[in-house]
Design a protein around this ligand. Structure first.
Ligand code: ZN
Length: 113
């Protein structure tokens, strides 16, 4: 027993109501992709999607598009096989545009062979 001189034992009345922070992190940290409106007007991908299937390794949603507005260049990068494609962009360019260009480029290369 390690007695604390002259102090009554502390009773933590709140302790059993206290919830760990992890619960808070779970609800705020994850963005739920719930119930997006079905985008029938776009055939393959939704307009706001920024991740795509890699044309090289075919890994789903491994391709991410990055924009550098200062240099006006964009890039699509696959984090699985590290394949990447860079192109010039405009303020109107969207992720899907970069991705589409990449796919076009792949098709061109394939035809050349
Ligand atoms: Zn890949």
């Amino acid at each position: 027993m390690v007695g604390i001189e002259g102090e009554a034992p502390v009773i933590r009345l709140r302790s059993h109501n206290w919830k760990p922070n992890s619960e808070l992190i779970e609800t705020t940290g994850k963005r739920k992709s719930s119930a997006k409106p079905a985008a029938a007007y776009k055939k393959r991908v939704e307009k706001l999607d920024t991740v795509f299937t890699c044309p090289f390794c075919n890994y789903g949603s491994s391709v991410e598009c990055h924009f550098n507005m200062e240099k006006m260049v964009g890039a699509a990068v696959c984090y699985v096989c590290q394949e990447r494609f860079g192109t010039n962009i405009t303020p109107l360019t969207e992720a899907i545009d970069i991705y589409s260009e990449w796919i076009d480029e792949c098709e061109r290369v394939n035809k050349r062979d």
